[in-house]
Every structure is written in structure tokens, then in C-alpha cells.
Write a protein that binds this ligand. Structure first.
Ligand code: PMP
Ligand code: GLN
Length: 382
């Protein structure tokens, strides 16, 4: 394996899911739902297969899906031309990788906020670039963006900022003030913004998802990335997309065509159908997830964990120190065997593991009885 990929041999999700499967543990590690998406979307995919939508789709994605994506994005006040400003990808993961491969030169720097989703560091490395990492900071029980630290991390080689909100793994949703500060920073330093918005619909307590591209001066320098996986409980379909100015999207398409060329033919019309007709289903999903968040957060708190605020996504971060543990990674390695629960240590999403070793991420996109069983088992730790 080449040296630039040596730090990325196996993902934490694969490792923890394998451990959970081997031990029969309740898997609150890898974030995937245990129920299906809207029935009409599933039927649309089956129909597409039966009707022969089984060969290569058009390079940029099927037109009805690009149209539906552009219409969906108007909810943020942003307008995209479906032909030149929308590109369908194999999940958000490919969109992120293709964006970096297309826009960042070897030796350029990319700003990341830590903890960061694991594919970011690997994709920056594959592009031959360097990551500059700035930590979220505690503000009460919320993990907040430190915009001054972000500003201090910019150098003449900084080309892009990759920002994820709602944020995995912390559950923070960056507020308007934070987003406006990021927008100013990008404009002052002429940075390209790449925004990972895969949890855009999973925002709780009436809070608002802000798409960075919607702020003044940002549409022309932002690639907005999302996917159907989280919105429609279909993480295995891998239908994602990227929207942005035509020149940047054309660059991403150049990289994307030699990664996968195209993908997911019969799922594309199904996702188009869901974007057009199933957003009420998604509101219901969000409300259910908010209740599940409360269920898991209360259970973790009763079991003795310190619980951080979750404003969005389907993850809760729990502080293991009140239970007398200091190393979340070590604890996550023991938990499946010891009490039959799997979680993910937050430190694996960072460049400063010591500072994050007290947090473990648990996913709550699970049936209530699964969450309850996990809580009952976690109580044995106290
Ligand atoms: N970004 C974040 C923050 C994620 O949590 C995930 C994973 N689910 C992805 C990107 C990947 O999305 P996809 O499955 O659409 O590639
Ligand atoms: N995004 C999911 C998570 O954060 C899992 C993705 C994966 O398995 N690569 O848990």
C-alpha cells in the first residue's frame, strides 16, 4: 500500500461492525437505520428494475433526478441549473473524493474541522494534499465552531474548506452566526467551500439547517454535497449529489467519470420520486429520531455517562469519564464482549486522540426496542 494511504487501512465502522457481529452485540456503532425508507420509493426502484432501467445512466445522472435535486435545493433559496450545476454521484463519499481530486493540487492545504468524518482525511491524502485540522470547542454541552482558530489555520497554500453540518459525530448543527463567519473567512481568503450536508433533514427542536451556499457571495464558491442515504433510510443505495457553479461541477465531473463513471441506475428514478413526493415522510422520520435521541440520551445519562447535546444527525456523544473510564477506544474494543453493545470512539475521527479520548458515539437510528436493550446492557457498566 502506498505510504499516503497507510494510515487508512480499515475503517472504524467495518472494525466495530465486525466485532458487534462476532459477539452478537447491539450495534450502535456504524450509523445505519434498521428500518426501510418510504414504501413508494422502494416500489419505484423495483418498477425501474422491472422496466429495464438497468444499464449505464447518463454521466451527470438521470435528468429527472437532477431536476428533482435542483428543485429540492430551492428550499434553501439556492437555484441550480439541473444540466450544468448538478451532478449525481455514488453517495456523498464519491462527491467528496471527486471534488478534492478535481480542485486541490498536490501540496495544497484543505481545512477540516475535527472530529471529522473518516473519509475526509483519506480523500485529502488521495489528492496528495495536506489537511489542516481545527478542533470544535466545548460551549456548555454543545461542541461549537472556533472560527478564530479556523482563521488562524489558513495559510497561502489553503485551497478549500470541507465543512460538515449537521455534524457527524458530534450532532452539532452550525448556527447562522457560525455559518456567516465561515462565509466571511472563505471570501477573505478566496477558499472553495465543500459542504457535506448529508444530515440536512435530520435537525431537531425546530432548529434550521443552513446551507453555506445560500449565504451572500457563497453560491459561486461552494460545492454543496448531499445524499439519499440518511434522508430516505437508504444508506446502501449510494445515490449522492453535488451542486455548485458550473465550472466547479464540470471539474468534479471530470474526476468522477474516471472513479465510477456512473452508478445506481434503477435507484436514481426512485430517489427522484422520493425527493418530489416523500418529504412529509422525512419530517416524520425526523420527529421519530428526535424522540429516539431523547430516549438514548436519557438512557445514557441514567447509566452514568455525561451526554453532549445532539442538535441534528442520528448520533449522541457520551462522556465516559463519569463512569471511571479514560480511554474511549479501549472501552469500545471491550464493550461488545463485556456487555454486548458496540459504539464508536470519537478519537478515531481526530488528529488529537488524547483530547477526544473521553467521548464515545452511539447511533440512535434504531428501533425503540433495540435502543432499550442497549440501554439495559449499558447500565451494567455503572
Ligand atoms: N458524510 C458524512 C458526514 C456521513 O456521516 C456519511 C455517512 N454516512 C457520508 C458522508 C457518506 O454518505 P454516502 O453514504 O452517501 O456516501
Ligand atoms: N456514515 C456512517 C457513520 O458515520 C457509516 C459510514 C460507513 O460505514 N462508512 O457511522
Amino acid at each position: 500500500l502506498v505510504s499516503r494511504l497507510r494510515p487508512f487501512t480499515s475503517t472504524i465502522f467495518a472494525e466495530m461492525t465486525a466485532l458487534a457481529t462476532r459477539t452478537g452485540a447491539v450495534n450502535l456503532g456504524q450509523g445505519f437505520p434498521d428500518t426501510d425508507g418510504p414504501a413508494s420509493m422502494l416500489a419505484a426502484a423495483q418498477r425501474a428494475i422491472a422496466e429495464g432501467v438497468n444499464q449505464y445512466p447518463p454521466g451527470p445522472g438521470r435528468p429527472e433526478l437532477r431536476q428533482a435535486i435542483a428543485e429540492h435545493r430551492t428550499r434553501y433559496g439556492t437555484e441550480y441549473d439541473p444540466d450544468s450545476q448538478v451532478l449525481v454521484t455514488v453517495g456523498a463519499t464519491e462527491a467528496i473524493a471527486a471534488a478534492l481530486l478535481a480542485l486541490v493540487e498536490p501540496g495544497d492545504e484543505v481545512l477540516l474541522v475535527e472530529p471529522y468524518y473518516d473519509s475526509y482525511a483519506a480523500s485529502v491524502a488521495m489528492a496528495g494534499a495536506t489537511r489542516r485540522v481545527v478542533s470544535l470547542v466545548e460551549d456548555g454541552d454543545r461542541l461549537a465552531l472556533d472560527v478564530e482558530a479556523l482563521r488562524a489555520a489558513v495559510t497561502p497554500r489553503t485551497k478549500a474548506l470541507l465543512l460538515n453540518s449537521p455534524h457527524n459525530p458530534t450532532g452539532t448543527v452550525f448556527n447562522r452566526q457560525e455559518m456567516e463567519a465561515v462565509a466571511r473567512l472563505c471570501q477573505e481568503h478566496d477558499l472553495i467551500a465543500i459542504t457535506d450536508e448529508v444530515y440536512e433533514h435530520l435537525v431537531f427542536d425546530g432548529k434550521e439547517h443552513i446551507s453555506l451556499a445560500s449565504l451572500p457571495g457563497m453560491a459561486e464558491r461552494t460545492l454543496a454535497i448531499s445524499s439519499s442515504g440518511k434522508t430516505f433510510n437508504a444508506t446502501g443505495w449510494k445515490v449522492g449529489w453535488v451542486c455548485g457553479p458550473a465550472d466547479l461541477v464540470a471539474a468534479v465531473r471530470a474526476a468522477k467519470q474516471f472513479l465510477t463513471f456512473v452508478g445506481s441506475a434503477p435507484f436514481q428514478p426512485a430517489v427522484a420520486h422520493a425527493l418530489r413526493t416523500e418529504l412529509a415522510w422525512v419530517d416524520q422520520l425526523r420527529d421519530d429520531l428526535q424522540r429516539k435521541r431523547d430516549r438514548l440520551a436519557e438512557g445514557l445519562s441514567d447509566a452514568g455517562f455525561g451526554v453532549r447535546a445532539t442538535e441534528g444527525t442520528y448520533f449522541v456523544c457520551a462522556d465516559v469519564r463519569p463512569l471511571g473510564f479514560t480511554d474511549g477506544a479501549e472501552l469500545c474494543r471491550q464493550l461488545p464482549e463485556r456487555i454486548g453493545v458496540a459504539g464508536v470512539p470519537v478519537q478515531v475521527f481526530t488528529d488529537s486522540p488524547q483530547e477526544w479520548s473521553h467521548l464515545v458515539r452511539f447511533a440512535f437510528c434504531k428501533r425503540d426496542e433495540v435502543i432499550d436493550e442497549a440501554i439495559a446492557r449499558l447500565r451494567k457498566l455503572g
